[in-house]
Design a protein around this ligand. Structure first.
Ligand SMILES: CC(C)(COP(=O)(O)OP(=O)(O)OC[C@H]1O[C@@H](n2cnc3c(N)ncnc32)[C@H](O)[C@@H]1OP(=O)(O)O)[C@@H](O)C(=O)NCCC(=O)NCCS
Length: 162
């Protein structure tokens, strides 16, 4: 299958009807396992709604819906963790490994130019680490943290873009 071109991928503000789609995306067990550091039970819709109500009303959060030819295929967000700007993203598993996260992150970093910006990824989330590296992030450290999706402590890498 071919990679999508950057002309086919766009970012836009999140709208209400995107939320049930994001909910479906994060229900996938393989995706949750890969992301590892999730903040809540993915199947808990009330917790999901409360979380999104909070972050969409938080002016330190910059969140975008990722669209592929107008179809919602994921989301991306800059948020603040321990006083540092951090990036996160999630793509519908049906569209993995076709260049969407890499193109969407590059587009976002072009629009949001404040630096430095940081990212964490489970050390075995090679797809995410690869996406970050392709966008210029470098590994600056490793930590061990509790990963709720795996119910155990795992190694994660800390990455930075200057
Ligand atoms: C991580 C994630 C966003 C990647 O999205 P994506 O659209 O598939 O990413 P891309 O296609 O742009 O790039 C993935 C790259 O990793 C590579 N890759 C995928 N699996 C890999 C693996 N196991 N080992 C090494 N490289 C791998 C792909 O080949 C691709 O590289 P290429 O473009 O050079 O061929 C997606 O898997 C996802 O949403 N996962 C669940 C949520 C998550 O982990 N979010 C990140 C939290 S830090």
């Amino acid at each position: 299958m071919r990679n999508f071109s950057k002309d086919e991928i766009g970012l836009r503000n999140v709208i209400e009807t995107d939320l049930p789609i994001f909910f479906q995306h994060q229900l996938d067990p393989q995706a949750s396992f890969q992301a590892a550091f999730i903040s809540r039970d993915p199947a808990d819709r009330k917790a999901f709604d409360a979380h999104y109500a909070k972050i969409l009303g938080d002016e330190t959060v910059v969140m975008r819906t990722i669209v592929l030819q107008n179809q919602v295929v994921g989301h991306l967000a800059k948020f603040v963790m321990f006083d540092k700007p951090e990036i996160t993203y999630w793509i519908d598993k049906a569209f993995w490994n076709r260049g969407i996260a890499s193109q969407a992150l590059a587009l976002f970093l072009n629009q949001y130019q404040s630096r430095p910006i940081f990212a964490h990824a489970a050390a075995d989330n090679l797809a995410s680490i690869h996406v970050l590296e392709k966008c210029g992030f470098v590994t600056i450290g490793r930590e061990t943290s509790f990963a709720k999706a795996r119910n155990q402590e795992i190694e994660e890498v800390l990455m930075k873009l200057d």
